[in-house]
Ligand binder design. Structure first.
Ligand code: HEM
Length: 392
């Protein structure tokens, strides 16, 4: 059952110009439902790989057998606390998930819409006023995602550049930068929590410091777990989605023009692009020995449910490798499935749709700048490093 495949090291997963890591995983559907990959995490650990969407759904719902408890972020700092709610299993997961759900509910996200749009417009207008070319990831998508995080915290864009730097170091820096950024972010969370305890406001951190679970206030480590997750969960994921979407439209001028002239189609198109360019690999740890659909999984084994694999499953989607911006009934799992389904999915969708709407309405006929090529990479979160667009 061992197969020489890895989301980190297989051909197509390395950092490369004009790469297509999603095409590189699509071929897995010609193979077994489940196999063992000897090296499929950042630190080189092996995982079982679940290739069929139906099996992934079954596994993700069985939190008793397949646990999310890993304390990955904290262990890099020599500490031991979970990202909340991501690294908790039920019943603790349900307690925190119920607490946090209202903060990112559809109603709350609708109320945020004008602020999200304003921040998109501000960034795009600055670009279009000064140039006919830019790097979408650096100049727009990443700062946009960071700016929305600041908005959730009730903060202005005054310190946007500082936060963008922290986000970049944390997600893409070397070991030293990553640890330093993690410490800085934790110190910032402590500082903000202390401020909101003294001076409450109508924002996320005030909610968190005033919240109660089991009749008690949240502990500092719980506030760290929530604050850090909220920061990291919505940066690369949203920025990369915008990057893949605009790269696709730059390479497909007819579809670009169609969405520009018929913006009401953007919502459906964004769903298809989320499906086709899904970015997140989920890892679970087996809590006991189990035979799962023929695979002899042992207690402690890692199991991978990669959304980029499930969402190219021909048993779920007709012509999964064709991008059809008008695809209906698109039940993709880009935002996961089961109890850990993405808490920020409503916000993420809103950010992506607004980014596309405002970009298409403000930037004319754009293409990938001659002589440049977007650099893509595989891994736990598939990504794009740069996307130089030109509309001169
Ligand atoms: C396109 C953008 C995004 C994608 C593709 C995405 C995808 C995912 C996925 C696949 C998971 C499940 C991870 C797992 O179970 O191991 C998840 C969980 C989560 N996401 Fe997102 N996400 C996105 C944006 C966001 C944003 C903007 C936020 C918040 C501001 C957010 C907050 C969360 C949280 C808090 C969880 C943990 C939920 C839980 O464990 O119950 N995400 N996301």
């Amino acid at each position: 059952m061992v197969k020489d495949f890895s989301l980190f090291t297989s051909p197509g997963m390395e950092r490369m110009p004009n790469g297509d890591p999603h095409a590189a995983v699509a071929c897995l559907h010609n193979g077994p439902r489940i196999f063992y990959s000897p090296c499929n995490t950042r630190d080189g650990r092996g995982t079982w790989v679940i290739t069929r969407a139906q099996d992934q759904r079954k596994l993700l719902q069985d939190t008793g057998t397949f646990s999310s408890h890993r304390s990955l972020f904290a262990s890099a700092l020599g500490e031991n606390w979970p990202l909340i709610p991501l690294e908790l299993d039920p019943p603790a997961h349900s307690v925190f998930r119920s607490l946090l759900n209202p903060l990112l509910s559809p109603k709350r996200i609708m109320e945020l819409e004008p602020a999200v749009r304003d921040r998109a417009i501000a960034l795009i207008s600055k670009i279009s006023a000064s140039s006919t070319s830019c790097d979408v990831l650096t100049d727009f998508a990443f700062p946009f995602a960071v700016s929305i995080f600041l908005r959730l915290l009730g903060l202005s864009d005054e310190r946007l550049e500082t936060f963008v730097g922290w986000g970049r170091d944390l997600l893409h820096g070397d070991g030293i930068r990553r640890t330093a950024a993690a410490r800085t972010i934790l110190a910032f969370i402590d500082e903000l929590a202390a401020m909101r305890r003294k001076q409450p406001a109508d924002d996320f951190m005030t909610f968190v410091v005033q919240a109660k679970v089991d009749g008690r206030a949240l502990r500092d480590e719980e506030i760290h777990g929530i604050g850090v997750l909220l920061f990291v969960a919505g940066l690369d994921t949203v920025a990369t989605a915008i990057g893949f979407d605009l790269a696709y439209l730059a390479r497909n001028p007819k579809e670009q023009e169609l969405l520009r002239s018929k913006p009401h189609r953007i919502v459906l198109a964004a769903e298809e692009l989320l499906r086709a360019y899904s970015t997140v690999q989920m890892i679970r740890v087996a809590t006991k020995d189990i035979n799962f659909e023929g695979a002899p999984i042992r207690k402690g084994d890692f199991v991978s449910c990669a959304t980029m694999i499930a969402n190219r499953d021909p048993a779920e989607f007709e012509h999964p490798n064709t991008i059809d911006l008008a695809r209906e009934d698109n039940r993709h799992t880009a935002f996961a499935y089961g109890p850990h389904r993405c808490l920020g999915s409503h916000l993420a969708r809103q950010e992506i749709v607004i980014a596309l709407e405002e970009w298409l309405s403000r930037i004319p006929d754009f293409r990938i700048k001659d002589g440049t090529a977007p650099i893509t990479y595989g891994g736990h979160v598939f990504g794009m490093e740069n996307l130089i667009l030109d509309w001169s």
